[in-house]
Design a protein around this ligand. Structure first.
Ligand code: G3H
Ligand code: 13P
Ligand code: ZN
Length: 314
């Protein structure tokens, strides 16, 4: 069932101490296996689209793309007997936020984390006013998404990661519904140079101060089996490293409820697609090439639902 307000899903996860996967899509090839995984695992799920996904789906017109994506998600969600929400990921301006709201998204993210604190606060407050009047929820971000390096000093860490005191002030003054605190993850397939680690003390303090659903961006695990397969069949993604499952589980234990995942789906899809192209050279039917890649996405999503504890929580 299509959920009009993502807050319903995340408030429940916050009370029940589990995480819900938020998976990025651009097209039906990613959406279909995610929905199918949620149904099979009786799990709630959040589908998200970036501004780039909106433009891609609308062939350059993000408003049209938002409508196409939302119609597609609502159609599949309404046939499924699990809660499914649609979220705008990393909205950077009011135009994209309004396009998502008008298309019927369940929530929006306003990401002004690169701006000075007071600017982030005022833009987020403006988005909260617009979104709440439409009955949908808002996510915002504090701090910068960079990996924790071994030799980084405490003061350098304080300068990039979330400041828990600021998080409390930000939440109180903006009325935002979920917060993404930077605690040492980064986007993409190369998250850590050395050992994977996150700042759990910081996460625990943010949770204690805000008590709200928290979001982990850059949460892909970059599964070695798919990285190896992709490289075997011609890719060049050497040295890729993600957030291991035990660290994801710990993040959920300390208060993360929305777990953003894009890279894992990309890597699994590309690995399987490369393998199929290599093994079935005469094949020219894209559906036959995409099917195994879509199955790999379903496998990754189901595995993450187990890790995050959302199985059976529909
Ligand atoms: O965090 C960003 C997501 O992975 C979406 O990336 O802007 O390339 O669609 P994108
Ligand atoms: P990954 O690159 O780790 O999949 O992160 C995705 C994300 O944070 C989307 O907002
Ligand atoms: Zn992100």
């Amino acid at each position: 069932m299509y959920v009009k307000n993502t807050k319903e899903i995340l408030d429940k996860a916050n009370k029940g101490y589990y995480g819900v996967g938020a998976f990025n899509i651009n097209d039906l090839e990613f959406l279909q296996p995610i929905v199918s995984a949620a149904v099979e695992k009786a799990s709630p799920v959040i589908i998200e689209t970036s501004e780039g996904a909106m433009s891609y789906a609308g062939d350059g017109d993000f408003r049209r793309g938002a409508k196409i994506l939302a119609d597609m998600v609502k159609t599949l969600a309404n046939e499924a007997d699990v809660p499914i929400a649609l979220h705008l990921d990393h909205g950077h301006d009011i135009d994209h936020v309004v396009a998502a709201i008008q298309a019927g998204y369940s929530s929006v993210m306003i990401d002004a984390s690169a701006k000075p604190y007071e600017k982030n606060l005022s833009l987020t407050s403006e988005v909260v006013k617009i979104a709440h009047s439409a009955g949908i929820s808002v996510e915002a971000e504090l701090g910068k998404l960079v990996g924790i390096e071994d030799n980084v000093s405490v003061s350098e860490r304080d300068a990039t990661l979330v400041d828990p005191g600021e998080a409390k002030d930000f939440v109180d003054r903006t009325g935002v519904d979920f917060l993404a605190p930077a605690i040492g993850t980064s986007h993409g397939a190369f998250k850590f140079k050395g050992e994977a680690k996150l700042d759990f003390d910081r996460l625990r303090t943010v949770k204690e101060f805000t008590k709200m659903p928290l979001v982990l961006h850059g949460a892909s695990s970059v599964l070695p089996r798919f990285v190896e397969e992709a490289n075997k069949y011609g890719a060049d993604i050497q040295g890729a490293k993600g957030v291991p499952y035990d660290i994801l589980k710990e993040s959920v234990k300390y208060g993360i409820n929305k777990v953003n995942t894009d890279t894992d789906l990309r890597v699994a899809f590309i690995a399987e697609l490369r393998k199929t192209l290599y093994n079935d050279k005469p094949q020219i039917d894209p559906r036959k090439l995409f099917k195994p890649a879509m199955a790999a996405i379903k496998e990754v999503v189901m595995e993450r639902m187990e890790v995050l504890g959302s199985v059976g929580k529909a």
